[in-house]
Design a protein around this ligand. Structure first.
Ligand SMILES: Nc1ncnc2c1ncn2[C@@H]1O[C@H](COP(=O)(O)OP(=O)(O)O)[C@@H](O)[C@H]1O
Ligand SMILES: [Mg+2]
Length: 377
């Protein structure tokens, strides 16, 4: 039999979505372990940023606390050795665990925003999903919206400002927001899982919402609300020729799809396929692929739309480059409904990581100067 592929699954992370990532990560690990092509290396990242080899970090789901660690153990990814280096100072020992591919199952800050992708890129190891710039752009609700709009994708009107702007020019900002008109959504520029997001129906709630959002990010976005929006989501898979799944629909339990509606109250419904016409389905799938390409996404993403129930107008809301990934999360569900089962989907995204890595290695990093100017001093 061929040698097994060593897949290092990273999960947890320093993010408001730590717990969500633990659940997604655990689900992926259990599925990969069933596949004898793979040898799974579990790397949990605690809320503090500490790395744990194995699944101890899952204890956090039960205890709410990060497990104890041996302070004398250090981890790093080594580009020369292509693997995880474990240094145990107490035993004066250095161990190398070969890694063929990294599967980051990290949501939100520090995991989905291009930062850890930078570390993976420097480590010279293939990794699943979006690269540094596309991860960073998709995470940034202000920048991504501008790219979507410049590619002809319909987005709701918004304004943005910094925490400092808010402290110094409250009246101006309120005026600009009210020119858009209530109701308004207030969002930190870079969070996920609806953390720090509120809906304002009046000036009082607008001010409170901006104060809250600016706790999570120094950049804040305020945008027009599509009241009672239908939430339509499409899963994308691929590198240069991305494919769209059937679209699905979320019916949130509350006024909007906030953190409680997403994870806590268990009352939100996912409807696959979405209750739309064939024509609307095709249109949304095309828009989803266009959005994925416009940010330069790779491997996988879930593209989320808002549909105005009064007019059926479609707005592109956001791209999630590492969407929820338990077997019953929307991304795998959409692929399941499109003919790709969970296990096969994981194989697909891993294969795409290898393909992307090989493609990147066609880039030359050598340039031979004709006259060796630098030797002249
Ligand atoms: N402009 C809007 N109009 C109506 N609902 C919105 C709007 N923006 C966000 N929402 C609601 O808030 C939820 C979270 O917003 P979103 O931009 O998707 O942030 P996150 O990255 O945290 O998922 C959406 O799923 C939707 O329910
Ligand atoms: Mg969202």
């Amino acid at each position: 039999m061929d040698k097994k592929i060593n897949v290092a699954v990273f999960f947890g992370g320093v993010s408001g979505e730590h717990e969500v990532s633990l659940v997604s990560g655990n689900s992926i690990i259990q599925e990969l372990k069933k596949n004898d092509k793979y040898n799974v290396i579990e790397i949990g990242i605690g809320k503090s940023g500490k790395w744990f080899l194995g699944d101890q970090v899952l204890e956090t789901l039960k205890t709410g606390k990060e497990p104890e660690t041996d302070e004398s153990v250090f981890f790093s990814l080594d580009p020369a050795e292509k693997g995880l280096v474990v240094i145990k100072n107490s035993e004066n020992k250095k161990e190398l665990i070969k890694v063929d591919v990294i599967f980051p199952v990290l949501h939100g800050t520090n995991g989905e925003d291009g930062t850890i992708q930078g570390l993976f890129r420097l480590s010279n190891i293939p990794y699943v999903g979006c690269n540094v710039p596309s991860s960073a752009l998709a995470m940034d609700k202000i920048l991504s919206k501008r790219i979507f709009a410049s590619n002809g994708l319909n987005v709701v009107p918004d304004i943005f400002f910094t925490r400092k702007d808010w402290k110094e020019n409250q009246e101006d900002i309120i005026k600009k927001c009210e020119e858009i008109g209530y109701n308004l959504f207030i969002k930190p520029a870079n969070t996920g899982s609806s953390v720090g997001i509120t809906k304002a129906h009046n000036r009082e709630e607008l001010k409170e919402g901006i104060e809250l959002a600016s706790k999570y990010d120094f950049m804040v976005q305020v945008e027009k609300s599509i009241d009672n929006a239908r939430e339509i989501e499409v899963a994308i898979l691929g590198n240069d020729r991305p494919k769209a799944s059937v679209a699905g629909e979320i019916a949130p339990s509350g006024e909007f799809y906030d953190y409680a509606a997403k994870y806590e109250d268990g009352q939100s419904l996912t409807i696959v396929p979405a209750r739309i016409t064939d024509k609307q389905m095709k249109d949304i799938q095309e828009k989803a692929v266009k959005a994925f390409i416009s940010l330069g996404c790779r491997g996988l993403s879930r593209v989320d739309f808002l549909m105005d129930p009064k007019t059926d107008e479609i707005y592109l809301n956001e791209i999630n480059t590492l969407p929820g990934f338990t077997s019953i999360s929307m991304y795998p569900k959409l692929w399941e409904a499109s003919g790709i089962k969970y296990g096969k989907l994981l194989e697909n995204v891993i294969n795409l990581a290898f393909e992307e890595f090989d493609e990147k290695h066609k880039n030359s990093t050598n340039f031979q100067s004709k006259n060796d100017w630098y030797k002249k001093g």
